[in-house]
Ligand binder design. Structure first.
Ligand SMILES: CC(C)(COP(=O)(O)OP(=O)(O)OC[C@H]1O[C@@H](n2cnc3c(N)ncnc32)[C@H](O)[C@@H]1OP(=O)(O)O)[C@@H](O)C(=O)NCCC(=O)NCCS
Length: 176
């Protein structure tokens, strides 16, 4: 079988990226995977304009995993300053989840955050309702910081909430 390659996304990847992220996070397609936001949010997770602005920003990047002509996964990385990195938009094609690609993308994100931005710690934001996902992040070495971040209610670019009590918890991983 063709090898999986992980590389930086380019503008040409945006249509495939948009479709992949939407299928992993939202709606019926996402339920084929083991974890999804479909019970918490409807609407979009991102859009092509948002993805283009990420690619144009020197403090951010999207890593993409391709096998041949098929986009299998992605992860967004960002420099948050103060030796702190961030990852988000972690997505694996729903029917291919559970095979280790998610972990591989996180490892690639950790290496890129350290190499490009000098990050010594990585922060992520998770909905506390997603217990199986949080359990995985704990197994990967992330720990809750005790901080919370409000969900951007009223901005449909981030989705249409299905409940009125959404907020994120912050988890952190030490790179050194
Ligand atoms: C989160 C996501 C990227 C993981 O990708 P993946 O390719 O399945 O990841 P991996 O195969 O490397 O690891 C999956 C882990 O979940 C575990 N897992 C698999 N099926 C599971 C299930 N039904 N219930 C609970 N855990 C399960 C695996 O055992 C593995 O844990 P381990 O690494 O300790 O062995 C993928 O599920 C996804 O795209 N989800 C939708 C988008 C999303 O929620 N992103 C994260 C938002 S912060």
């Amino acid at each position: 079988m063709t090898e999986i390659t992980i590389r930086d996304a380019t503008v040409a990847d945006i249509p495939d990226l948009h479709a992949l992220i939407q299928s992993a996070y939202r709606g019926e397609a996402s339920r084929a995977g083991w974890t999804t936001e479909a019970d918490l949010l409807d609407g979009q997770r991102t859009d092509p304009e948002d993805l283009a602005s990420v690619l144009a920003d020197p403090a951010q990047a999207l890593l993409v995993a391709w096998r041949g002509e098929t986009l299998l996964g992605c992860i967004l990385i960002a420099d948050r300053g103060g030796e702190t990195g961030y990852f988000g938009m972690l997505s694996v094609s729903p029917t291919l989840q559970g095979g280790g690609l998610g972990r591989r993308l996180i490892e690639a994100a950790h290496a890129a955050l350290a190499d490009r931005f000098g990050a010594r710690r990585v922060r992520i934001q998770v909905f506390p309702q997603r217990e199986t996902l949080i359990a995985w992040y704990l197994r990967l070495g992330y720990a809750p910081t005790g901080e919370t971040v409000p969900f951007p209610y009223g901005d449909p670019r981030f989705g249409l909430p299905l409940r009125d009590d959404l907020q994120f918890i912050v988890m952190e991983y030490g790179l050194v």
